[in-house]
Ligand binder design. Structure first.
Ligand code: AMP
Ligand code: GLY
Length: 424
């Protein structure tokens, strides 16, 4: 079959890489793709947020399956538009995508469905928000309700920090429309895991567990980013914990959406905190995690095209996924300055040597200029390896990264440290 993948980041590179290796897939087309994806797929210059352009591309290409990578086109209703035209789509309609598009909607639905999550309030008024912060005290969490590329969450250690965040969002327009509503949450303590599920109506198939490092700096310090590295499996997610998350978080939220008339077809991503009181939901996303997708695709043995088409056509029941034993680990290389501003167009050398040292180099924010790969985004590469243990996967990636020739890039030196500690 012919598959059209929408997106052009590291997650989409991993999806295209795996689809290309799926026996059921003959051709992969990607919009817009990137220079790394171009090795696996025919890239078409249509932006992932250009809904009309994507509809025209689908009409011209007539793919057997469309896989939508990022959240923005899903929240904008690309799934609805494609389904109206009869395409098989992996990715939810707009109403279900609201689970990620609006944190206030998502938290209220969790509350209605009895899904465990942090205590919360939704505010549009600064004074009322500040009153809540002062009455609950710090640490406390402030979130922009709308989409903010993983950066709209402030885990405040002091009341002042939380109040500043609320002012930035509600008065200072820090996240534009996305921050016009804020969610204030109780701060949960524990270890975090990413639990992803392939969902098709009432059928929910768990993916292997994974864990990412959202903070910019070593030791999980500093501001939140889109993710600086990830690995699979996450040793803290035992089989019993995975079952509990499926039964208390995934099933009830999908059922609650259905009750509202929103059927879910796509990836449900539950960000979970494993607290002393059991797993609690931090957030839902409606797509594969980035960078979690990179280690997951490196470990998946099943035919991805077949699984995603079965989900899109509502015949997922009975399908189970097979995984490579051992661990996969991905280290993100970012542009100096990320998540703030950075200089684009810097040449990146040594990529072949990094791959030759036993890794798969997934491209995220890269571009090609005069035949040379340059940086074009904040998160630029996802260097990924599979090995019998997480420590070996970690060693392989960091050893390979010594061949990278890019003075303007940086990466965390400790991706996977919790899993390595548990393993030893
Ligand atoms: P989110 O985008 O909602 O997952 O938030 C991004 C990150 O902020 C999460 O991965 C957590 O590390 C942290 N976070 C979010 N909500 C909470 C909370 N209620 N308590 C503690 N940390 C949180
Ligand atoms: N890695 C976090 C996310 O994809 O939301």
């Amino acid at each position: 079959m012919k598959v059209l993948v929408v997106g052009g980041g590291g997650r989409e590179h991993a999806l295209c890489w795996k689809l290309k290796r799926s026996p059921s897939v003959g051709e992969v087309v990607c919009a817009p793709g990137n220079p790394g994806i171009a090795v696996e797929a025919r890239c078409m210059p249509v932006g992932a947020e250009d809904i009309d352009g994507l509809m025209a591309l689908a009409a011209a290409e007539q793919p057997d399956l469309v896989v939508v990578g990022p959240e923005v086109p899903l929240v904008a209703g690309l799934g609805n538009r494609l389904r109206e035209k009869g395409f098989a789509v992996f990715g939810p309609d707009k109403a279900a995508a609201n689970l990620e598009g609006s944190k206030s909607f998502s938290k209220r639905l969790m509350h209605e469905a009895g899904v465990p999550t942090a205590r919360f309030e939704v505010h549009v008024n600064i004074d009322e928000a500040i009153e809540t912060i002062c009455s609950w005290g710090a640490p406390i969490v402030v979130k922009a309700s709308g989409l903010a590329a993983g950066k709209g969450v402030i885990v405040a250690q002091t009341e002042k920090e939380a109040i500043d965040a609320v002012r930035d969002m509600l008065a200072g327009n820090a996240f534009g429309e996305a921050g016009a509503q804020v969610v204030i949450e109780e701060c949960l303590i524990g270890e975090e895991a990413s639990c992803l599920f392939i969902v098709s109506g009432d059928t929910i198939v768990p993916l292997a567990s994974s864990q990412d490092h959202k903070a910019l700096l070593e030791g999980d310090q500093g501001p939140n980013t889109g993710g600086m590295g990830a690995y699979s499996p996450a040793p803290c997610v035992t089989d019993a914990v995975a079952d509990e998350i499926l039964e208390t978080i995934a099933r009830p939220i999908i059922a609650a959406l259905k009750k509202k008339g929103a059927e879910f077809i796509g990836t449900l991503y539950a960000g979970v905190m494993l607290t002393d009181d059991g797993p609690k939901t931090l957030e839902f996303n409606v797509r594969f995690g980035d960078p979690e997708c990179q280690p997951l695709m490196r470990r998946l043995k099943s035919d991805l095209g077949e699984v995603l088409l079965a989900a899109a056509e509502k015949r997922l029941d009975g399908i189970e996924l097979e995984w490579e034993e051992g661990s996969a680990l991905c280290v993100v290389v970012a542009s100096d300055g990320y998540p703030g501003s950075f200089e684009k167009g810097q040449p990146i050398g040594g990529l072949d040597a990094v791959a030759a040292a036993g890794t798969t180099v997934f491209h995220a924010g890269t571009a090609e200029k005069d035949g040379v790969i340059v940086n074009a985004g904040g998160r630029v590469l996802g260097v990924t390896a599979v090995a019998p243990t997480v420590r070996e996967a970690q060693q392989t990636v960091y050893h390979a990264l010594e061949y990278l020739d890019w003075p303007g890039g940086f990466y965390r030196q400790d991706i996977g440290y919790r899993a390595v500690e548990r393993e030893s």
